[in-house]
Design a protein around this ligand. Structure first.
Ligand SMILES: N[C@@H](CCC(=O)N[C@@H](CS)C(=O)NCC(=O)O)C(=O)O
Length: 217
């Protein structure tokens, strides 16, 4: 069985786990310490970042590398299109999530949740508030322009890595009780709710909520 090291509270780990679940790939999730210096994890992740993966004696780190490995090893159902234009858009949305959304979301999630609950210290709440005030609205404005209506998807006519990658950080927003304005972001709200409601995400996000409720204030 494939092992993934990390916590699904990380949007990168959650993306890999949802991607594997959509393909029906069974995963052995091994939680990592914070920080994790175990030889097993360090072998798989030389820079100690989650997620990392072990498949037999083959190790790989980085969520993008891992999802491409999984796609090549388990091609069906295809989650990364082969058509050049659809492929390009899929990679763009994943990159948008991994860089632009993460840069904003991490400032909020680290300072409001990770630092106080898992590191026993206060986070920089002013930095979190500034990210929510200044960085989040342009991200949501962009998503509202591209979010599909009805039961559509971001790229082409089926679920792809794009949907998985873009929806993943919204679970972190939920954990922080960030309320999106329904007047301003109706399409984004409906689209994200639909993706996070899929069996590949829903039970995982519920387990995260339970972990956060048990964690110290
Ligand atoms: N590009 C990497 C980023 C991974 C990453 O930054 N993970 C964070 C958690 S969200 C981490 O492990 N941070 C710990 C650290 O930087 O020491 C990926 O896509 O997997």
């Amino acid at each position: 069985m494939i092992t993934i090291y990390g916590s699904s509270l990380s949007p990168f780990v959650r993306k890999v786990l949802a991607f594997a679940a959509e393909k029906g790939i069974e995963i052995d999730l091994q939680p990592t310490g914070f920080p994790d210096r175990s030889a097993e994890f360090c072998e798989a992740s030389p820079f100690n970042k989650m997620p990392a993966m072990r498949d037999g004696d083959y190790c790989l780190c980085d969520s993008t590398a891992i999802v491409h490995y999984l796609e090549a090893k388990h091609p069906e159902p295809a989650l990364i299109p082969k058509d050049p234009q659809l492929l390009g858009k899929t990679i763009w949305y994943e990159e948008f999530s991994d860089t632009i959304m993460f840069a904003c979301g991490a400032k909020m999630f680290f300072n409001r949740i990770v630092a106080p609950k898992f590191m026993g210290r206060e986070g920089d709440l002013a930095a979190a508030d500034a990210a929510e005030r200044d960085e989040l609205p342009p991200i949501l404005d962009y998503l509202e322009r591209v979010a599909p209506e009805g039961d559509g998807f971001l790229v082409g006519d089926r679920l792809t890595l794009a949907d998985i990658a873009v929806a993943s950080p919204f679970a972190n927003f939920r954990h922080m009780d960030i309320a999106l304005d329904p007047e301003r972001y109706p399409r984004t709200i409906a689209y994200v709710a639909r993706i996070l409601d899929r069996p590949s995400f829903k039970p995982m996000v519920e387990r995260e909520t339970a972990i956060l409720e048990r964690a110290p204030a």
